[in-house]
Design a protein around this ligand. Sequence first.
Ligand SMILES: [Fe+2]
Ligand SMILES: [Fe+2]
Length: 193
Amino acid sequence: MSPTPDTAANDDAPRLAPELLYLLERLPRERWDTQAAHGTAGVWRAMHESLRHGQHQLQTLGQRWLDKDLDWVGFRRLALPLLDAHLGHLHGHHRLEDQHYFPAMRRAEPRLAAGFDLLARDHETIDAAVRQLHGLRHELTHVNPAEAAAWGCAHALVREASVCGTLLLRHLADEEDLVIPLLALREGGQHAA
Ligand SMILES: [Fe+2]
Ligand SMILES: [Fe+2]
């Protein structure tokens, strides 16, 4: 299935309509370090930074493989724990959002419904990329390093990690534009709506 326009990895156009950004206008990013540094907003931002870090580590390893800075065995030795940590972290974070935080935020800010619909579609798209990576992780574990398939598996893994990264980074940024002002304004005692 081809991705919908708002989830296409190569589309840099803004995806959140201006009418969804009324909270961001009240609390723009340049004020987050002082006004969204604590409470759930602060934890949320730290969680996203941790996801960005995990993704960066994975893609840095991928670049080392492409640069031939590692042999295949070395790539596998480093890739498996990175994949396990990052994919597990990502999956757990999305489930918590889908099952707990986003339903509560939809109730709190009904005007943001279209934004949360977009985030939910992102989760499905990213989950599909994560499933691909899980499959390649399994293949990487069991493939015979002496066979050509081992090299193909490593290349496919690096390629899929990059696809996942493009989707993930855009998702995190859009999600923050909706969620961080909502949390920080409410926790600061100001009604978001
Ligand atoms: Fe998310
Ligand atoms: Fe998130």
